[in-house]
Design a protein around this ligand. Structure first.
Ligand code: NAD
Length: 265
């Protein structure tokens, strides 16, 4: 019986969950980016891929990664520029999934007490890390003519105090609230909006957080699974949410963090 169950799970993994779907993935910077792991998993599941990069500095790397994934388009989109956001509406004739995997805050604000956050630092983190999700949703929803799934990446620091996460935790709280309001607005068009709360993963963005290695150590010591989550595990949750398997889920924050968020003392 157990063997049979295992076989059917393996069989489901073999079928392509995103066949016939077109996905726009924003936030690939390099091969360590969570967005890259998601793009890889989407491709594995048969999706057509469109990728964006932040600016010229990342162009070559993301174009090369895009070519290795057979992406149909790789283009620039800096989410602080309205003209770049407007381009998203001309991305493709139809979109079925959008992945927003973007965040930024001043490094100084991720290393000193939160109470010292400047107005500019606060607004910068909100603009790039939270408002951008609203702008991306507005630009891409008209392309989801048969419904679709929008995803963003968040972190436990939105609801709990995590040392040095500071202004980014507040931005993630706004991002998660935005997910709920977007889900309510776009639900009647069968567009689902969800966030994945990923456990800590060593990426360029994570390296900006002071003492990040201590966060990894704490998760490994205390998470129910006694380890950190892998980018591939985060990506497989994204596949679920973007696929028809996730058709009844919207406005939610789902965790891929080896269970760390359930732990008290
Ligand atoms: P990353 O550095 O690979 O990705 C961050 C991306 O944000 C980069 O591609 C960068 O170019 C993009 N970006 C920043 N400013 C931008 C702008 N103005 N316009 C367009 N793009 C911009 O790091 P990552 O860890 O893969 O981060 C992806 C997402 O995952 C972020 O939202 C991050 O907060 C979230 N997240 C990360 C972790 C972790 O531990 N790595 C955990 C939970 C959530």
């Amino acid at each position: 019986m157990l063997e049979e169950t295992t076989r059917s799970v393996q069989c489901d993994f073999m079928s392509q969950l995103l066949e016939g779907k077109t996905a726009l993935v924003l936030g690939v910077a390099n091969r360590w980016s969570l967005a890259y792991a998601i793009a890889q998993a989407f491709r594995r599941e048969g999706a057509r891929l469109l990728l964006t990069y932040q600016g010229e500095r990342l162009q070559k790397t993301v174009e090369e990664l895009g070519a290795s994934l057979g992406a149909e388009r790789v283009f620039e989109c800096d989410v602080t520029r309205d003209e770049d956001l407007a381009k998203l509406t001309e991305t493709s004739e139809r979109l079925d999934a959008v992945v927003h995997s973007i965040a930024f805050a001043n490094q100084a604000d991720l290393a000193r007490p939160f109470v010292e956050t400047s107005r500019d630092g606060y607004l910068l983190a909100q603009n790039v890390s939270a408002y951008s999700m609203v702008a991306v949703a507005r630009a891409t929803a008209p392309l989801m003519t048969s419904g679709g799934a929008m995803l963003t990446l968040t972190y436990l620091g939105s609801t709990r105090v995590v040392t040095n996460y500071n202004v980014m935790g507040v931005a993630k709280a706004a991002l998660e609230a935005s997910v709920r309001y977007l889900a309510a607005d776009l639900g009647p068009q069968n567009i689902r909006v969800n966030a994945i709360s990923a456990g800590p993963v060593k990426t360029a963005a994570a390296r900006g957080i002071k003492d990040f290695s201590k966060v990894l150590e704490a998760v490994e010591a205390h998470a129910p699974l006694r380890r950190n989550v892998t980018p591939g595990e985060v990506a497989d949750l994204a596949v679920f949410l973007a696929s028809d398997l996730g058709r009844g889920v919207t406005g939610d924050v789902l965790f891929a963090d080896a269970g760390y968020h359930i732990m008290g003392l």
